[in-house]
Write a protein that binds this ligand. Structure first.
Ligand code: HEC
Length: 219
């Protein structure tokens, strides 16, 4: 995977973290591991310190090696054989425990057929990102919001209310005066900004507030 798995595209507010999920694919971490954790990697069986027959179902590496998983071939994979065999002595989980459901067995089979890979995807890919206020800078975040939402009425050719926001120094003056944050928070006693517009989204306000809390630096 060559994709950047950490960044969120904050400009568009869209979560582009990781990889979009493919509905035809089975993903180890989300689909397979929970089944094995719940039914196999339990104390007294194949996890939490007890590894019957040396089989450990706790993580990918162990599952592949001790479960003798043959990528692409469920029929030759021990893990698949023991969950599907009709032999009462060999079947897993043991007859005293709940059986895996048909759907769970199908998931494991499909995962092995697809190569038994350790792949993951982001179910929220392409959806609006949860707001992150980490690493908010003037140039990267605050200026962009202002340029889009405020500048038209607060620049040299249109200095509404005597307020200019078209460069860092003007902005800082307004920040220090206290009316900048108050106006976008729609605080009492201040004119609500954007003027006659709708309130900025909470995420943008939180980002701006964080930037101010951290010293309103020209970064
Ligand atoms: C459509 C034009 C327009 C837009 C867009 C706009 N403003 Fe204003 N702004 C005004 C006007 C007009 C005033 C003066 C209002 C008054 O005094 O009644 C003003 C006043 C202000 C003040 C002084 C407020 C006070 O209570 O003294 C601040 C601070 C301010 N604007 C910030 C902003 C910010 C930040 C944005 C963007 C989020 C923004 N404005 C967007 C027109 C606009």
């Amino acid at each position: 995977m060559s994709k950047d798995t950490t960044s969120i595209n904050t400009n568009s507010g869209i979560d582009l973290t990781g990889v979009r999920c493919n509905s035809n694919k089975v993903y180890f971490e989300m689909d397979v591991l929970p089944i094995l954790r719940q039914n196999c990697a339990i104390s007294g069986c194949h996890g939490a310190g007890t590894y019957e027959e040396g089989v450990n179902m706790e993580n990918y590496q162990k599952i592949i090696s001790t479960g003798k998983v043959k990528a692409g071939n469920p029929g030759e994979s021990e893990l698949y054989e023991v969950i599907t065999t009709s032999k009462q002595n060999d079947v897993m989980p043991p007859p005293s425990m709940a059986k895996l459901t048909t759907a769970q067995i199908a998931t494991i089979s499909k995962w092995i057929q697809q190569g038994a890979k350790n792949e993951t995807c982001n179910p929220n890919y392409g959806l609006p990102a949860a707001c992150s206020t980490e690493g908010v800078t003037y140039s990267g975040v605050v200026k962009k919001i202002i340029d889009k939402q405020c500048i038209g009425c607060h620049k040299s050719t249109n200095i509404s209310g005597g307020v200019r926001l078209d460069n860092y120094d003007y902005l800082l003056a307004s920040v220090n005066k206290g009316d900048f944050l108050a106006s976008i928070q729609w605080a009492q006693g201040y004119v609500k900004m954007p003027y006659n517009g709708s309130k900025l989204d909470t995420c943008s306000i939180n980002k701006i507030k964080k930037w101010i809390d951290e010293g309103a630096k020209n970064n």
